[in-house]
Design a protein. Structure first.
Length: 167
């Protein structure tokens, strides 16, 4: 099976989309070390819908992605990533709450590690998970990018108490 990639200029930075002819498998942020290697074919055609939906998201016109996704990871990681997709637009939760949601209340650190390995950020909204004290915590695209994504969703990031917006 051939994997494809293309670059997308976005308001947060250049994104590299990776996928098959039928599903998105990864989104990489520019300057994070990803270099398309052998086996990846440059082609925008497989990404017409992801590009359209991401562009609408960045304009504030899309709140929920409807894309074919094939995130590659362990069964536990995929369980965490599925739970991330259930966090509504414009809300945040803590790692502990995410662990509770998957029925593993003592697995906050493992959940955090799986969150950090999310191969399809933005679409699988790992940026909506924050520290239990309301602080912005690690994000593969950097904290400034995480802050900008939360701001796109209407979440003020200056006052930490404003970050908890569970609905």
């Amino acid at each position: 099976m051939t994997d494809f990639y293309c670059e997308l200029e976005s308001p947060i930075r250049t994104l590299t989309l990776v996928g098959t002819a039928s599903a998105l498998t990864a989104i990489h942020f520019a300057n994070t070390g990803f270099v398309p290697g052998a086996g990846l074919v440059a082609d925008r055609e497989p990404f017409r819908e992801p590009i359209a939906q991401l562009s609408a998201y960045f304009r504030g016109e899309l709140r929920e992605f409807d894309l074919a996704l094939e995130p590659r990871g362990t069964a536990f990681q995929r369980e965490v990533w599925a739970a991330l997709r259930e966090i509504p637009w414009g809300t945040t939760i803590s790692y502990g709450e995410l662990a509770n949601r998957i029925g593993r209340p003592n697995a906050s650190r493992a959940v955090g590690a799986a969150n950090g390995q999310n191969p399809i950020p933005i679409v699988i909204p790992c940026h909506r998970v924050i520290g239990k004290d309301g602080s912005l915590t690690g994000f593969g695209g950097g904290l400034a990018t995480k802050r900008r994504l939360l701001e796109i969703e209407g979440i003020a990031t200056g006052d930490q108490t404003e970050l908890f917006r569970e609905r």
